[in-house]
Design a binder for this molecule. Structure first.
Ligand code: ADP
Length: 247
């Protein structure tokens, strides 16, 4: 394994009632890398994210974090504590609380909820929340009820909540699904900023969005690695065209 690999999946296989959703998939993410995971529906992309964050146990294979920690059999909360944050498609925010309160809760989760449940938010925490509000583009909506935000804003709030837990690796599942063009552009900017400090894996269907980044792309098909490379290399591959266009 290269020394700078933050995440390594080796020969991962996942079976659901005898059906192999992932078949010997390997993936290496370098420190500071932003990687897109693409492929037709049912290719096994979400299942790979589920394996990495501990939601699904592989039937064989290995997942290594930070070059040395075997996380294959660890529980979801242990993996989160080690520094792998996962964002699902549906945002898990608290709709009746304000945007700011949602961010406060996320920050306290990092420290242990009970120790700090009644603690006052300190000055430095205020600064961090303020900085996070800026980063996700919601400083003017700090006192809004989260449930009243637009679809895109809810997604950004959840990303902000995840970032306050300081993950080294962020796993995002279709972050721009259902977004307007403007929201998609803003999400692109946010993702670029995040990738300056963290390693990120993004499952994405929006090819124009993927193309707007000069990032490495991994194509999965029927649970396997089909192709890896730049977007140009991937799109020039006949097998990739075949699975996308059904040629
Ligand atoms: P993708 O994200 O690439 O669309 P998924 O990882 O969601 O693909 O799914 C891969 C395959 O595994 C699909 O055929 C899907 O139906 C199947 N699958 C996913 N999760 C489960 C599950 N919990 N039980 C049974 N089959 C599943």
């Amino acid at each position: 394994m290269k020394e700078s690999a933050i995440l390594q999946c080796d020969d991962v296989t996942v079976e659901f009632d005898g059906f192999k959703a992932v078949r010997g998939m390997s993936l290496q993410l370098l420190k500071g890398e932003l990687r897109f995971l693409i492929g037709p529906n049912g290719a096994g992309k979400t299942t790979m994210l589920d394996v990495i964050c501990g939601k699904v146990r592989p039937s064989s294979g290995k997942v290594t974090f930070g070059g040395k920690v075997d996380i294959t059999r660890k529980k979801e909360h242990q993996i989160a504590e080690l520094g792998i944050g996962r964002k699902f498609q549906a945002p898990s925010i608290f709709p009746s609380m304000t945007v700011e309160e949602n961010l406060e809760i996320a920050m306290r989760q990092k420290r242990g909820v009970f120790a700090t449940l009644f603690a006052k938010t300190r000055g430095e925490d205020r600064d961090r929340i303020g900085g996070q509000l800026q980063m996700i583009g919601l400083p003017d909506k700090a006192s809004w009820r989260a449930g009243g935000l637009s679809h895109g804003e809810k997604q950004w709030l959840e990303i902000g909540m995840l970032l306050l837990q300081e993950p080294e690796v962020l796993l995002l599942d279709e972050p721009v699904a259902g977004m307007t063009d403007k929201e998609t552009d803003k999400t692109g900017e946010l993702l670029r900023e995040i990738a300056r400090q963290r390693s990120v894996v993004v499952v994405e269907h929006d090819m124009a969005f993927v193309r707007s980044f000069a990032s490495k792309v991994t194509v999965m098909h029927e649970g396997r690695l089909l192709k890896e490379g730049s977007m140009d290399e991937v799109q020039a591959d006949d097998r990739v065209a075949e699975v996308y266009l059904g040629k």
